[in-house]
Design a protein around this ligand. Structure first.
Ligand code: FAD
Length: 268
């Protein structure tokens, strides 16, 4: 349990950041993960909900989604069409309706949970984050996932509108369980030839990562004939570990099977 002595609700990103720099402060958005933390040193919560940031805007070549938008806001937004219905279908795989009604996009990314479906889904779409750490800047989600950015506030997620077909696959022990492994695949086809490919795997159990060897292997190949070898390759090159949910070998085998399913779906 947290032993909170002070709760602050700033109304600008700048003041939230300043409060977040005070010793023993922690940001809170949806609060789902914060409620479960057991860090005795945290004394002050800085609630980000007062700063707005729940917009979902169409900027022509990209969608800009405020960090405080809830997962369910994204699912129900009629104009948020990213690679067809990909984002809506994929986000429905997250937890339960109650979880999706509380979890924010920013909080789901900032925690860098290894088993995050959100990170895999947005990384496969080549998303960028808008960050405030005294000044506004942009960073790719892929870089953010690898980097420590303590104290920085995610203010928005920018999702480029690109061609191609994207699919998300998740293996979990039950409908509401977190992923044993998840996989995002985005393919651009020229007829049957792969023009571009992006493969992201999460819950390895480490944080989501692109599998560049498989992406490079697929590009330029006939999708049907290359699928089997791509699946053999992912099992060989993927870096996975073992934890309470699955062993290393089990995860390797799962990566092959999830990629196989995903490749079949993009060919439908
Ligand atoms: C029962 C359960 C089931 C779940 N199932 C799934 C699942 O199937 N798939 C999945 O992907 N996720 C799942 N989740 C995770 C859930 O999506 C995350 O808890 C949630 O996304 C965190 O978002 P939040 O808004 O509640 O963040 P909070 O709990 O408020 O914050 C999380 C962390 O991020 C920091 N933070 C919050 N907002 C920002 C910001 N804008 N900028 C910088 N730092 C920030 C906080 O300081 C804290 O460290 C599950 C969670 C629960 C409790």
């Amino acid at each position: 349990m947290l032993d909170i002595k002070e709760y602050l609700k700033p109304n600008t990103v700048q003041s939230a950041y300043e409060m977040g720099q005070m010793p023993n402060s922690l940001y809170v958005s949806g609060g789902l993960m914060v409620a479960q933390l057991k860090i005795s040193s945290v004394e002050r919560l800085v609630d980000l909900k007062g700063v707005g940031l729940s917009h979902i805007e169409d900027h022509g070549n990209a969608f800009k989604i405020g960090a405080n938008a809830k997962i369910s806001d994204l699912i129900s937004n009629p104009s948020l069409n990213i690679n067809g219905d990909f984002i809506k279908i994929a986000l429905k795989e997250i937890g339960s309706t109650q979880i999706r009604n509380m979890a924010t996009l920013g909080g789901s990314i900032a925690f860098k949970l290894g088993w995050s479906d959100v990170i895999t889904i947005f990384m496969v779409l080549n998303s960028n984050l808008e960050i405030y750490d005294g000044k506004f800047s942009e960073i790719s989600l892929e870089t953010y996932a690898k980097k420590s950015m303590k104290g920085a506030i995610i203010t928005a997620v920018e999702v480029p509108k690109t061609e191609g077909i994207a699919v998300f696959e998740k293996f979990a022990k039950s409908n509401f369980d977190i992923a044993t492994l998840n996989l995002g695949l985005k393919i651009v086809l020229d007829g049957q030839i792969v023009k571009d490919a992006r493969v992201v795997v999460g819950s390895r159990p480490m944080v989501s990562q692109r599998i560049k060897e498989v992406e490079e292997f697929l590009i330029g190949k006939h999708i049907k004939s290359a699928s089997k070898d791509a699946c053999d390759l992912i099992e060989k090159v993927i870096q996975v570990g073992s934890d309470i949910r699955a062993s290393t070998n089990y995860r390797k085998a799962l990566s092959k099977s999830l990629l196989d399913k995903a490749l079949r779906r993009v060919q439908l």
